[in-house]
Ligand binder design. Structure first.
Ligand SMILES: [Zn+2]
Length: 380
């Protein structure tokens, strides 16, 4: 009895010494490696309206929304994390309906002191060879009609349609989305399982160009779902859309993937010099798995004048993002202050601003997406 007590004390003491040692080492390392903000922070007032172009919603089909998530996703730990980050839970969803998720978004945007509006994204599914929805293969589905109907209730919310171009009626859906005020078309090819470089999509791209409807497409590795086919996420596959005259916004500088032994971000950066209608955005670049990418986005010349602000809500409201991950860029008191901000959008804006995201990035969406007629594209 006495012997085990003694042993336990020894282990405890050893553990304590180790913790103190690593804390001390961490502090010393930080002193040596601290490098400050990525760029000098643009202080003060925002001149343009801030529009978040990358905001997700989701649902389980409660109150007939038409949304669903697969059984695999429901069984994953991610499901509970996502519900929590949306500010809801299963019981609330079942009682109030899926519209509560968009209501929470509206309330949080309304309460934000910086963000004026958000574009809420629908999410199409996998399309089978007959051109209809493959429910079994679809992990996460948010119908256009639902997002349109629910965002319509709030002046601070806009919507983006999601249309898998493999649908038989894809072009008609495009015209419908445009007529109903969609600001963007949102794609996740590696999860919706189609190849954006497929020539049969050309009429779809031509219609998008004619309607001046921009495409927000994911590129780079995708790990928010239980499976993804990364070969469809190569940014080079978007050349067909660009050549057809579509304005393409590649999500989060194509971070974390690679194709043909080259990083997707490098592939995208090279494309920037060729295509004046090619853009990207900074959503998710403050996530713990992407810490170096924000620096790249802000410091690589090829991305300058090409970046939009996006949050990837609700991911900004999970443990994936925290000011504390930037201890080599931010002072303690700044991290402390940012971590205490309750509104997820205000926390996101202030964190990005402190890291050096310039004003022009925050303001770009209000110019391109809200006043498309006035927007000047760059010369190639
Ligand atoms: Zn996203």
């Amino acid at each position: 009895m006495k012997k085990t007590q003694l042993n336990r004390r020894r282990w405890l003491a050893l553990g304590l010494v180790l913790v103190c040692f690593s804390l001390l080492a961490g502090l010393l390392l930080r002193l040596v490696l601290f490098r400050g903000a990525i760029r000098e922070a643009d202080p003060g007032v925002f001149l343009d309206r801030i529009v978040d172009i990358h905001c997700h919603t989701a649902g389980i089909g409660a109150a007939g929304s038409g949304c669903f998530v697969s059984d695999a996703m429901r069984a994953s730990y991610k499901f509970r994390v996502y519900l929590e980050s949306f500010g809801t839970d299963l019981a609330t969803l079942n009682a109030a309906g899926d519209s509560i998720v968009i209501q929470r978004i509206a309330e949080r945007v309304e309460a934000s002191q910086y963000v004026d509006a958000a574009i809420v994204l629908a999410m199409d599914g996998v399309i089978n060879d007959e051109g209809g929805l493959d429910r079994e293969a679809t992990e996460f589905f948010v119908p256009n009609e639902f997002v349109l109907q629910e965002t319509d209730r709030y002046p601070q919310l806009f919507w983006a349609a999601s249309i898998n171009p493999k649908r038989t009626d894809a072009v008609e859906r495009l015209s419908w989305a445009y007529a109903n005020g969609a600001k963007l078309i949102k794609w996740l090819p590696s999860v919706q399982l189609f190849d954006p470089s497929d020539y049969s999509f050309l009429p779809f791209y031509q219609k998008m160009a004619e309607l001046n409807l921009p495409l927000l497409s994911h590129a780079g590795q995708e790990r928010s779902f239980t499976h993804a086919r990364d070969e469809f996420a190569d940014p080079l596959k978007l050349k067909l859309a660009l050549d057809a005259g579509v304005t393409v916004i590649v999500a989060h500088i194509a971070s974390t993937g690679e194709h043909d032994g080259e990083r997707d971000t490098d592939r995208l950066a090279k494309m920037m010099t060729k295509y004046p209608r090619l853009y990207s955005e900074i959503s998710s670049l403050t996530q713990i798995n992407k810490l170096a990418y924000l620096s790249e986005a802000l410091l690589d010349e090829r991305f300058s004048e090409r970046l939009f602000y996006g949050s990837d809500y609700p991911l900004i409201n999970t443990a994936l993002v925290s000011p504390w991950y930037f201890s080599l860029n931010l002072e303690w008191k700044v991290m402390n202050r940012l971590a205490a901000i309750e509104n997820p959008w205000d926390r996101d804006i202030e964190l990005k601003q402190a890291l050096g995201v310039p004003q022009e990035i925050f303001g770009r969406a209000s110019r391109l997406l809200m006043n498309p007629e006035d927007f000047q594209f760059l010369e190639p």
